[in-house]
Design a protein. Structure first.
Lengths: 331, 331
């Protein structure tokens, strides 16, 4: 019926996106237990945290210790985020880490200034340096995040052509160095995407470079996350950032929290894939348990749905939460 | 790119689905204010409540009074639900009501017994009587709800062929009486649908009767509601039941509440439509205010997302909630 991929890879970001925006402080032991539970569920890529200034994000000050505390499963990529060279240097020195040489490119000046304190052009230049750094250190230039690829809270609409040009810059960085093309990851950083626009922009990047793999970083800021995910699947996109239990934001009337809603919820999207016959390599009941662990650690209800509703009876191997009279008619 | 409809009609069910499962008691004044706010936002159909046994659903005991309290806007259809003839008789006698002659058909014995205390065959017979009743009273036979059209918590998978046969029965009731075909409304009563299955089942019903309008009643039980909605749009479905603020369930760790998650969220789906250029006739900022009113009345955070995140800047006429640093990179 469509170009659905045969297999989808999830890059789990809950341990980073989730914990860096929470107000509380969480023990290394709990956070390592969550990372371990996520990896044990079959997730191939788990982002453990950020190597950033402890002043900016105090909750990530102990990121080295967290990396040391995980019980690595062979074959799982434990990844991290950095925003500058010194962060990258700290990351390289961390135990158990997998360096997925990625770069970050902006589409609007305001967001670039706000997030990285430099212009779009300056950030491009720095990212070219990052690519050289990765290659010099023996890592691959794997992916390029195209940030605010669907709109920017500061500048408004981001033209499709801008996204194409930014993607072209990322691809040229590889071509100029004789490297394989990186994965272009379109990030709906602030939740402006809709399914039709996902198709248009993914299509435009595919037209630009049919051989470049494409990924997406989606948020469920305005309740369209699952629809955007499905639209991307329809376009054959086979890699997604996501957060267990929908970690990464508390959309529920927590107006003091200015971070908006979290990423698309890993286990809900895994369920969608499995129900549609798309392979994920993930043990869904185990992932649901990891989601519930995340909820216990955070200490408040999280926005994931399957973790609360249970799996439908026909999900393979899953216990069914028998829901009596789930609705009065015709509900 | 697809068969997206030009216009979508929402049948707002929040005042019924929402309030009948809440434990608390809510004043007629508040509930009427919500119905009025919803109708004022441009919604053409608002389901006010159920004419059911006060023993089964105490919160609907005063449904007549609620109908009397609303300030009807000309052209808006204020609808209700009934489960038997005596409920229908009460509905017909209510002020301000619009009788949208609908019938309810089951696909599994267990759910039929559980929800209506009779067999599937007996329910079919009763529904044929309802059609005659509607026509005798001068109302139209408008729509047929095909319940648990994607799976049943008690019996598991519901074969596509069963849904087709049930739909055929509903259509024949009209043909036999020389009436226009009713709208076939596929209800994902317990949240088992996925987007591909939505396409398959909508497609099968369309093949069965290309001239019959199709609608959907969707829940967001497992985080796929928005994706199922989009998949239905792609198939040209142009009418949806939905609930303001996602009313109709509290999926957030409220395990005492056995009702699963609510309907798809009206305002989030309206936003999706508007962003994709599909007409809804709805004033979205006004609808967001109605969602916030629902939250104030219910007295706890509801699951709607746009009501908390605000509209993206480019939404027509909408105030923008400027969200600073919504995520750390690459979020």
């Amino acid at each position: 019926m469509t170009d659905l991929p045969k297999k989808v890879i999830f890059h789990e970001e809950g341990p980073r996106e989730g914990f860096q925006i929470e107000k509380g402080s969480f023990s290394i032991e709990d956070r390592a237990a969550l990372v371990d539970a996520l990896a044990a569920s079959g997730l191939e890529q788990v982002q453990v945290g950020s190597f950033v200034s402890p002043k900016a994000i105090p909750s990530m000050a102990d990121i080295d210790k967290l990396f040391a505390a995980i019980k690595p499963i062979p074959g799982v990529r434990y990844t991290a985020l950095w925003l500058n060279e010194s962060g990258y240097r700290r990351a390289v020195a961390a135990p158990n880490i997998f360096i997925d040489g990625k770069i970050l490119l902006y589409n609007t000046e305001a967001f670039s200034q706000r997030n990285n304190n430099c212009s779009v052009a300056e950030m491009r230049k720095r990212q070219a340096d990052w690519v050289d750094l990765y290659l010099a250190d023996g890592f691959q230039y794997e992916s390029a995040y195209i940030l605010t690829a669907f709109g920017c809270n500061y500048e408004g609409d981001v033209p499709l052509q801008t996204v194409v040009e930014t993607s072209a810059y990322a691809l040229d960085l590889a071509r100029e160095r004789g490297q394989p093309l990186p994965r272009i990851i379109l990030a709906d950083t602030v939740g402006w995407a809709n399914p039709e626009e996902v198709k248009r922009r993914v299509g435009a990047v595919r037209d630009l470079a049919p051989d470049a793999p494409i990924g997406m970083h989606l948020h469920d800021t305005r309740g369209m996350g699952a629809a955007n995910f499905y639209a991307a699947l329809e376009m054959g996109v086979d890699m997604f950032d996501s957060s267990v239990a929908g970690l990464g934001g508390c959309p529920y009337a927590n107006h003091a929290n200015q971070h908006g809603a979290g990423n698309i919820c890993t286990e809900d999207m895994v369920l969608m894939c499995q129900e549609m016959g798309i392979e994920t390599g993930i043990d869904l009941p185990a992932l649901l348990e990891a989601a519930r662990l995340a909820e216990r650690i955070i200490g408040r209800p999280l926005s994931g749905k399957s973790m609360h509703a249970g799996l439908p009876k026909h999900s393979r191997g899953a216990a069914c939460h028998d829901v009596s009279m789930p609705n009065r008619l015709p509900g």
